[in-house]
Design a protein around this ligand. Structure first.
Ligand SMILES: [Zn+2]
Length: 296
């Protein structure tokens, strides 16, 4: 590029190509692993800068005018301006200052900017990082989830942060009684046979009960069980689980049956222990007169 070149005449793509070529010449002595890790770190920094700029721009568009209450619609004034919230993303830590509005009629407050940004109601992480933490934290120990997050996404998390996210989102999910139907809508067609399976395990817990039983139930249609090397492979299913709440588990299992089959059709119930098999049968009997008894 000529020194006399007017950079303002170049397109963004031309500038980025020139920059990439210069940087690639600086990296010729490094191996590919070091280059890839280095570029990932640069990408993190780039996204963090972009996110900071985005949050600053959205912050600047805030208004101190009264806002309609999300519950009742009454216009409510700012109670506290520019309340700071620190939030972690996959790429860094960001600080937001949002106006807090309060509705005297509903006796509740809210941050319009948080709603506009789609940030989680509470907690210290963005919706995107929350998604990653949930995926890792629900499929392994919390300490392992934190380690895997660092390896795969280059962000250091504490085991405690994973625990807090899982706990908070879990409580929100539990409070939604129709969550099962929303995640998996009711079956449109009546299945030929519905399979119900129940299992359970004792888990060490904190608090007065050192051991509590968690029960897990599965409801699936016979057409969602396919042959796979002499074993059945379940392609789709509806799951329910409760920790130390037998009545709640029975209700949830019956609701799951109802969503999969609203008519009296044939059901099959399974349970490895007699008590669990009877539990599955209890749910089935409420809904069916014809069933296949096949305890394992
Ligand atoms: Zn209100």
């Amino acid at each position: 590029m000529d020194k006399r070149t007017d950079l303002s005449q170049l397109t963004t793509e031309e500038l980025e190509t020139e920059l990439a070529q210069r940087r690639s010449r600086e990296r010729v002595a490094e191996d590919s692993y070091a280059v890839e890790v280095g570029l990932e770190a640069e990408a993190h920094q780039y996204v963090a800068t972009q996110l900071d700029a985005y949050y600053a721009a959205r912050e600047a568009t805030q208004t101190t005018a009264s806002q309609p209450c999300p519950r009742c619609g009454q216009l409510c004034r700012v109670r506290r301006p520019r309340v700071q919230r620190t939030i972690q993303s996959l790429h860094g830590v960001h600080v937001l200052r949002r106006h807090y509005h309060y509705c005297p009629r509903c006796r509740t407050g809210w941050f319009p900017l948080d709603l506009a940004l789609g940030l989680p109601d509470a907690g210290d992480v963005t919706a995107r990082l929350e998604q990653v933490v949930l995926d890792l934290g629900l499929h392994g120990p919390f300490a392992e989830a934190a380690e895997r997050c660092a390896l795969h996404h280059g962000v250091a998390l504490s085991e405690n942060l994973v625990r807090r996210v899982i706990d908070r989102v879990g409580r929100c999910a539990q409070a939604q009684t129709d969550l099962g139907a929303r995640l998996r809508p009711a079956a449109a067609e009546v299945p030929a046979t519905l399979v119900v399976q129940v299992d359970g395990s004792m888990l060490p817990t904190r608090g007065p009960d050192p051991w509590r039983e968690v029960k897990v139930g599965l409801v699936t249609r016979s057409d969602h069980i396919v042959a796979n090397k002499q074993r059945g492979l379940i392609t789709e299913a509806r799951f329910v689980a409760r920790l130390g709440d037998l009545d709640g588990f029975k209700t949830a299992l019956t609701d799951a049956l109802h969503l999969e089959s609203r008519t009296r059709k044939r059901h099959a119930a399974f349970g490895r222990r007699a008590s669990r098999w009877r539990l599955a049968m209890t749910a089935v009997r409420r809904r069916s007169k014809v069933f296949l008894r096949t305890p394992l």
